[in-house]
Each structure stands twice: as structure tokens, then as C-alpha cells.
Design a protein around this ligand. Structure first.
Ligand code: CAA
Length: 296
């Protein structure tokens, strides 16, 4: 396969998406604004591939997969790509600004997708010269492990684009589901209010962080508790999604972010990526966690 994929944004989701494409045999360029972010992305991918190699889950050596990836600091280096996946921070202005800049490198044969967790695909498509070639293609964290990809049609998305991405998800070994262009789509519409409720339970001293997480793990068979999951997603992202739900659904109270979540984000406690959220982490991997509870 020589389809060239471009991923814009080398954060935790962007890096995971790059890894998924490279593992499936695609050549990928990943763009971000600084070499430091790109270096961190490479380390993150190497770390994840090493774990998968250890478990015998990879069909090729990790170096072969890594060699399919280019880490680039200039958006113009993406110009030979055909499929563009935007995976920047969950903020409408940041995403529209990126799509506006990207427009100059697009032809009518290019496809563009956003990995947005909650924002309107129709609204984002306004920045693009070919909105019929634009779609929501939403991976779950961690992308190399999670099977689901939500495929979201905007008002202008053509049938051809929709079918292309549906089949692309399958080529990546993922399980696609359809979602209408509605705030939070399917997964986050359900998941994020539950996480917010767990944060309220902590805020109201109903139990400790660890016990709230144990309740959902042992009582509802969730693989990890909602507070640990919030740390994995990133507390800034959880807050951004809640604010979109609150604004777009016109329900001020139902989706009101818990004040503790707002306080943590303000303090820079963003979860695993800042090594501190509802728990503390010695590194950004999934291991090494210790409970800190409310008073962090
Ligand atoms: N790279 C490579 N391998 C990884 C990995 C990564 N980033 N993360 C986990 N793994 C592997 C481990 O090596 C392990 O492999 P085996 O099963 O072969 O042993 C397996 O995944 C399980 O990992 P762990 O034993 O370390 O830990 P775990 O059993 O708790 O699993 C988890 C970790 C997969 C993250 C699991 O806890 C889980 O599924 N949690 C829920 C995640 C979830 O809900 N994600 C969706 C978030 S919502 C979202 O992303 C949408 C949004 O827009 C916000």
C-alpha cells in the first residue's frame, strides 16, 4: 500500500492514529508545530509498539512500522498526501484554523477527516473547498487497542466519502459505527456525562477516587474506573466535550461540568499527560499510578 496519510496533531490521539495507520501498512506523515512534540510522539509510538511486540501482537518488526512514519514540522511537507486526518486539541477555533491552512494543499481527490470528539462536522466543513470530501472519523483512546471508530456524516459529506472511510476503518482492523452529526456523537454523549457524575461523587465526598473507580470496575465490569479513564482521556478534553454538550444541547444543568474538574484543569492537572489528575503517574504510560484522591 502506498496511500499517503497525513495526521495533523502529534498528541496522544494523533500519535495513536499514526501508529494504527503505519501498522496497517500505510505511509504516514505526522505534523505538529514543534520538534519537541514530534520527538515525544515518536517515543510514545515506540513504547506502544514495544508493548505490542512483547505480547506477540505485531506481524512485522516495530522498526519496519516506525520507518513508514515521517515526523514533520512544516504543513507544506504534507502536500503529497491524499488522506488528511486532523487530530488537534478539542477546540473549534484551533481546528477551523488548521483546516483553513490545510485547504491550500487539497485537491478534489483529497479526503479530509476530523478526529473531533464532539464538534459539528458540518460546521468544521465550512473551512474546506470540498466539503463533500470531509467527514468525522473518531478513534478511541488508546487508538492502537480500542476497536471502535465512529464515522460521522456532516450535511455535505457525500456517499462516496462515507463509504470510503467506512471501508478504511475496516482496513485498519477497526469496527466502524455510524453516528449522526450530533454533539458528542454516540460514545461521548453517553460516556462523558457518566465521568462528570463520577467527578461530582468525588467532589461531594461520597467516596474516595479509588473506591468510586472500584465501584464501576467491580460493580459494572468496566475495564477501568471513570476517574482513571478521565485521566487517560485528558481532563482538558473531558471539560471541552462537556462544554460542547452543555452549549449545543441547550441543557445548562444536565451537562454542567463539576467545579472540581474545572479547578483541576485550571491548575494544569490534566491527567496522565501532565502526570497528575485524579491520580499521580510516574510516566505517561498506562502503568505506574498511585492514588492521590481529592486533595491533589
Ligand atoms: N499500546 C500498546 N498496548 C497497549 C496500550 C498501548 N497504548 N495500552 C494497553 N495496551 C495493551 C497491554 O499491553 C495489554 O495487552 P494484553 O491484553 O495482550 O496483555 C492490554 O492492552 C491491556 O493493558 P493493561 O493490562 O496494561 O491494562 P488494562 O487491562 O487496564 O487495559 C486499557 C488498559 C486497554 C486502556 C483498558 O483499561 C481499557 O480498555 N480502558 C478503557 C478505555 C476506554 O474506555 N477508552 C475510550 C475512552 S473515550 C475516548 O477515547 C473518546 C474520546 O473522544 C474522549
Amino acid at each position: 500500500m502506498n496511500n499517503m496519510i497525513a495526521v495533523i496533531g502529534a498528541g496522544q490521539m494523533g500519535s495513536g492514529i499514526v501508529q494504527v495507520f503505519a501498522t496497517a501498512g500505510f505511509r504516514v506523515s505526522v505534523y505538529d508545530i514543534s520538534r519537541k512534540i514530534l520527538d515525544k510522539s515518536k517515543i510514545r509510538i515506540e513504547h506502544s509498539l514495544a508493548r505490542l511486540t512483547e505480547k506477540g501482537h505485531l506481524e512485522e518488526p516495530a522498526e519496519v512500522i516506525i520507518n513508514r512514519i515521517k515526523f514533520v514540522e512544516k504543513m507544506s511537507d504534507l502536500s503529497d498526501s491524499r488522506i488528511f486526518i486532523e487530530s488537534a486539541f478539542e477546540n473549534f477555533d484551533i481546528k477551523t484554523n488548521i483546516l483553513y491552512k490545510l485547504a491550500q494543499y487539497l485537491s478534489k481527490d483529497s479526503y479530509v477527516a476530523s478526529n473531533t470528539s464532539s464538534l459539528s462536522i458540518t460546521a468544521l466543513s465550512q473551512m474546506l473547498p470540498y466539503p463533500d470530501k470531509f467527514i468525522g472519523f473518531h478513534f478511541m483512546n488508546p487508538p492502537p487497542i480500542m476497536q471502535l471508530v465512529e464515522v460521522i456524516r456532516g450535511y455535505h459529506t457525500s456517499d462516496e466519502t462515507y463509504n470510503y472511510f467506512w471501508n478504511l476503518a475496516k482496513r485498519l482492523g477497526k469496527y466502524p459505527i455510524y453516528s449522526k452529526n450530533a454533539p458528542g456523537f454516540v460514545l461521548n454523549r453517553v460516556l462523558i456525562p457518566m465521568i462528570n457524575e463520577a467527578i461530582y461523587a468525588l467532589y461531594e465526598n461520597i467516596s474516595t477516587a479509588e473506591q468510586i473507580d472500584e465501584a464501576l470496575k467491580l460493580g459494572a465490569n468496566h475495564p477501568m474506573g471513570p476517574l482513571a479513564l478521565a485521566d487517560l482521556i485528558g481532563l482538558d478534553t473531558v471539560l471541552a466535550i462537556l462544554k460542547t454538550l452543555q452549549k449545543e444541547m441547550g441543557e445548562r444543568n444536565k451537562y454542567k461540568p463539576c467545579p472540581l474538574l474545572e479547578e483541576y484543569v485550571e491548575k494544569g492537572f490534566l491527567g496522565r499527560k501532565s502526570r497528575k489528575g485524579f491520580y499521580e503517574y510516574t510516566d505517561i504510560s498506562l502503568v505506574s499510578r498511585k492514588v492521590t484522591g481529592r486533595d491533589c
